[in-house]
Design a protein around this ligand. Structure first.
Ligand SMILES: C[S@@+](CC[C@H](N)C(=O)[O-])C[C@H]1O[C@@H](n2cnc3c(N)ncnc32)[C@H](O)[C@@H]1O
Length: 281
């Protein structure tokens, strides 16, 4: 396990994933019934952007840094950006901390809702546990995220979101992701599921979409953001989210901010975005 998210915290991929996550959690709070979020690959929960590692790549500057510097952020980014701003009070707009998916979800949830976090890296799991040690609505598990799907689903609340956001260090990660979707669906068919995947060149993405289609699961939405043309297998040119049971308002909200992210974060004329149903209802 070599991957450490601190090098990438707040980059374009985090902005897209976290802005979408914020919309879904906000949607879940609209109903007067508690819910559970399971984050299977949680990371450390919050990131110090002044750390040596974050400054070494500086990826956040071309991600959340560019977004916050823009005078024209679309309203559908507000649930996400409000949390980022609240985490950086009194800095005059400078960024010191960045919320990972756990802190973002927690900030938007209500006292009656629950958050279950799985993280396998021993140091990261320890940092995550320390971050939430006083919060009884958050359970931190040092374990394999795919095993967490089997251990914690379905949640007693019977409402919720499962985020599966692996580091893609393993060659078979895309297949494991497609298998995880099936495992989630078998246990909790009504849950909202969000899978993150990288886009380098197109062939592996097409194979992943084929595997998702072959799962037989309905109501599958694909959202992608490319900051460059997807023709170089050696670098992260974009990323995608595969969503099952997404709120009906989500495609419109994504279409509200993706053109802005594409303009603001795009690096060459190959930058583009899409929101499409891979499989219908
Ligand atoms: C992309 S990062 C997660 C970022 C986080 N979801 C966020 O958005 O803030 C992936 C995380 O998965 C952890 N990890 C790697 N393999 C894992 C596994 N099999 N089960 C759980 N966590 C794992 C890594 O240590 C890393 O912290």
């Amino acid at each position: 396990m070599n991957y450490r998210h601190i090098y990438h915290a707040g980059n374009f991929a985090d902005v897209f994933k976290h802005a979408t996550l914020a919309l879904i959690v906000r949607h879940l709070t609209l109903k007067d019934k508690s819910f559970c979020v399971l984050d299977t690959h949680a990371g450390v929960g919050a990131y110090d952007l002044g750390s040596e590692q974050a400054l070494k790549t500086g990826e956040f500057r071309d991600g959340i840094g560019r977004v916050l510097a823009s005078p024209e952020c679309p309203p559908s980014l507000s649930p996400y950006l409000d949390v980022v701003r609240d985490l950086n009070p009194g800095t005059g707009g400078a960024l010191r901390r960045y919320p990972g998916s756990p802190l973002l979800a927690r900030a938007l949830m209500r006292p009656c809702d629950r958050l279950v976090l799985a993280e396998l890296h021993p140091e990261d799991a320890e940092s995550l546990a320390a971050l939430f040690r006083h919060d009884r609505r958050v359970s931190v598990q040092r374990m394999d995220g795919y095993a967490a799907v089997k251990a914690f689903l379905p949640p007693p609340e019977r409402r919720g979101l499962i985020l599966v956001d692996p580091p893609f260090e393993e060659r078979d990660e895309a297949q494991r992701l497609a298998d995880a979707l099936k495992a989630v669906h078998r246990r909790f068919a009504t849950g909202i599921t969000m899978l993150w995947y990288p886009i380098k060149d197109r062939a592996p993405v097409a194979a992943f979409h084929d595997a998702l289609e072959a799962s037989g699961i309905r109501s599958l939405l694909i959202a992608e953001l490319l900051i460059r043309a997807d023709d170089d297998p050696g670098r992260l040119n974009g990323c995608g989210l595969a969503l099952v049971n997404a709120p009906w308002t989500l495609p419109g909200a994504l279409a509200g901010f993706l053109p802005f992210l594409c303009r603001t974060l795009g690096r060459d004329p190959g930058a583009r975005w899409r929101v499409d149903r891979l499989v219908g209802e």
